[in-house]
Design a protein around this ligand. Structure first.
Ligand code: NAD
Ligand code: 4TP
Length: 339
């Protein structure tokens, strides 16, 4: 596998705060405090200056914050202070999600996305939000992936979620839907359309010159010749054949239980999985503390840590900052590769 190196970045990254009652703010503060040792690109947070200061204190970090009026000012401020584009803070309490906090998270996401779409930021990093809490305040999307796609003018079906860590890249081809719906949603066209997006993004954003895609089966033993389900024969194998005709290096359908071993992972650059947990269980088992959720197929680069709001540990100094740091680093690297 040949991998191209990233070049210089065009501007700061914009980071949305995430739910203020979750671990997002403290991990953003932690990432800023490690900016030199982790060699992170400059970033600015959209809103929540007081929340960030308090979240930092909960981890024993004294966080200098620089209020900025535009993202242009972030680069100069970043070495000495965390640049924060001022929005109101509102009331918040770690571990206790509230309506007000969800509104702040939604406002921060909207503003960070808007500014990145306008080209004021080199890439977008989204802090973790709780989808159910956001829905209560009018957020009408299954997740941030679909929200950002819509803001970019892209059909949400053409925004592809990939979870990426040092040991595995995994793509759930169906995402936030009930398991019972999965067989009704899987079609040859869906697999082909999303696989094309993955192959293109692995080249443009990850520098993989000839991406190798491993396509999972849906059923035990990939259907065992139709004995345990026929989606492999009717849908998945024809999709793989079509992709290969187009010159995409796709293989499968593979028995899902054996395709994530260390030996199997050497054979591909991304695993395309039929449903959310088929992709995210191996990814989070192997790479939870370095896993990044990256949206492929957008005109902008968007990443997020693989974990959620973790309300159970917010404000206790227990949250591992690795995935947030990896999300910031990956956003910078992908944006720099696009140039
Ligand atoms: N990036 C995102 O926006 C994102 C990702 C996943 C889940 N979510 C949302 O987060 C909410 C909670 O989801 P969940 O409970 O399924 O997942 P979660 O990742 O928030 O928590 C799962 C478990 O992992 C632990 N954990 C999470 N991050 C950790 C870290 N950095 N260090 C140490 N331990 C950590 C938590 O304490 C918890 O025990 C849901 O509402 C979901 O929608 C958001
Ligand atoms: N399934 C994702 C994960 O566990 O990482 C997560 O829920 C985030 O989804 P959005 O980025 O679409 O909000």
């Amino acid at each position: 596998m040949s991998v191209a190196s990233p070049g210089p970045l065009s501007g700061p990254l914009a980071i949305s705060l995430g739910d203020p009652a979750g671990i997002g703010p403290e991990l953003i503060a932690e990432a800023w405090s490690r900016r030199d040792s982790e060699r992170l690109p400059p970033f600015a947070v959209i809103g929540g200056a007081e929340i960030l200061r308090a979240a930092a204190r909960s981890r024993g970090i004294e966080l200098p914050v620089k209020a900025i009026a535009s993202l242009d000012a972030a680069g100069d401020a970043f070495a000495a202070a965390l640049p924060v584009l001022d929005l109101q803070d509102g009331a918040w309490s770690p571990g206790a999600p509230s309506r007000e906090g969800a509104e702040l998270a939604m406002g921060s996401l909207a503003e960070a996305t808007r500014r990145t779409v306008r080209g004021e930021a080199a890439a977008l990093v989204t802090g973790p939000v709780a989808k159910a809490r956001l829905a209560e305040v009018g957020f009408d999307h299954p997740g941030q992936t679909e929200y950002v796609a819509t803001a970019c003018g892209i059909a949400s079906g053409d925004a592809v979620m990939m979870l990426a860590g040092p040991r595995l890249r995994a793509v759930p081809l169906t995402v936030h839907v009930a398991l019972a719906q999965v067989p009704t949603l899987l079609t040859r066209d869906l697999i082909v359309r999303r696989a094309r997006i993955v192959a293109t993004a692995l080249q443009s954003d990850f520098g993989v010159s000839r991406p190798r895609l491993a396509i999972a089966g849906l059923n035990p033993h990939a259907g065992e010749d139709g004995r345990f389900g026929d989606e492999e024969q009717r849908i998945i194998a024809p999709a793989v054949a079509l992709l290969r005709e187009e010159g995409i290096d796709a293989a499968g359908p593979f028995p899902p239980d054996a395709m994530f071993t260390a030996r199997a992972r050497e054979q591909y650059d991304a695993a395309l999985c039929m449903f959310h947990d088929q992709a995210l269980i191996p990814l989070k088992t192997l790479d939870f503390d370095e896993g990044v959720n990256v949206t492929l197929g957008l005109p902008l680069v968007r990443t997020s840590p693989d974990h959620g709001t973790a309300f159970d540990i917010a404000g206790k100094g227990l949250a591992d900052p690795g995935a947030m740091i990896a999300a910031i680093r990956m956003a910078g690297d992908c944006a720099a590769r696009r140039g």
